[in-house]
Write a new protein. Structure first.
Length: 335
């Protein structure tokens, strides 16, 4: 089977789908057959609603507690003021102007795009000053790489780096590949899950590189997010020999169940993706209703860990600003 048969989508299709995304709470209710009294939502949130139709199609109509819907619905609980939550919990704001963040030794993170194909209500960058990026360019990344030859990996983040055009992405990969000491490009994207039509033949060609290792980290929190089109997109990625990993966020009401996480791990494995990280929630203003006590998170994870092989148990982690790596939350032994 040739690549073009595996990927029936082109760049015009995903862009048109993105343009037709749901952009307000009232339309979200209407499309899901929900009455206003069923939903305690903000109709005019500072963090706007944005849901592409492929993702919306996986949400159960008439169910205000659907775990996919909870990830995108603008709850009134976002207005709660809770101690310990801030607009910049990871201390990234000072790096906004250059788009370049260096949190960990040997790795450099580049904010390649300032928008996403979906607005996840728990997003740790929901208050990030993306407008400060408008004057920045890839030159800031290349300059940082030239100054530090210990950097072996460039992480493309955002926003979502796959919002770049295929041509722009190919140019960016080529420019990074020209830096001799860089060995790996890691791309963090929600596109493969929420709008798999983004995975076009042209995108796959843009990610081909003879020298670099390409790692694509997708983001699925619940097994219901993985439909046939997501599987098609993942198989297309695999045809280019990229490494595929998944990261999730542990979210109250969404996936705070070892059974759900087990189903997610096995479903990911079936389509060719290994679980990578299970994040504790970053304490971002407006997200406290998704948070879980650490002991409850550990209990869920220990149950998951005992029910799947070690390679299907993601690492339970939290991010602490200033630390040289993600901080593992101790869950005991693995097998």
């Amino acid at each position: 089977m040739i690549l073009s048969e595996r990927v029936p989508w082109d760049e015009n299709e995903w862009k048109e789908i993105l343009r037709r995304s749901v952009r307000d709470a009232d339309t979200l209710r209407t499309k899901l057959d929900l009455r206003p009294e069923q939903t305690a939502w903000l109709d005019h949130s500072n963090f706007s609603v944005f849901v592409p139709l492929p993702y919306l199609s996986r949400i159960e109509p008439g169910n205000p507690a659907d775990p996919l819907l909870l990830q995108v619905a603008p709850s009134v609980l976002e207005q709660q003021e809770v101690d310990g939550y801030s607009t910049d919990p990871l201390g990234e704001r000072n790096s906004a102007a250059s788009r370049v963040l260096q949190k960990y030794s040997g790795r450099l993170l580049y904010i390649a795009a300032s928008a996403c194909p979906i607005h996840c209500r728990y997003c740790f960058r929901r208050h990030f000053p993306y407008d400060d990026h408008e004057s920045a360019s890839v030159e800031s990344l290349l300059a940082a790489l030239s100054k530090d030859k210990s950097i072996f990996e460039v992480i493309l983040s955002g926003g979502d780096p796959l919002l770049l055009s295929d041509c722009s992405l190919k140019k960016l990969v080529s420019e990074i590949s020209a830096v001799p000491h860089v060995r790996t490009i890691r791309i963090h994207t929600r596109f493969a899950v929420v709008l798999p039509q983004r995975v076009t033949t042209q995108l796959l060609e843009a990610l081909r590189d003879e020298r670099l290792n390409i790692v694509v980290v997708i983001h699925a929190n619940h097994p219901n997010e993985l439909d046939m089109n997501v599987e098609l997109a993942i198989k297309a990625f695999k045809s280019t020999d990229v490494t595929l990993l998944n990261q999730s966020v542990l979210l109250k009401g969404v996936n705070d169940s070892a059974t759900v996480l087990k189903q997610l791990s096995w479903k990911l494995f079936r389509i060719g993706v290994l679980p990578y990280y299970l994040h504790l929630l970053d304490k971002v203003t407006g997200t406290s209703h998704f948070d879980l006590p650490e002991e409850q998170a550990l209990s869920i994870f220990r149950t998951l860990q005992s029910s799947v092989p070690g390679y299907l148990a993601p690492r339970l982690v939290r991010e602490i600003p200033g630390r040289g790596s993600k901080t593992l939350v101790n869950a005991g032994t693995v097998s």
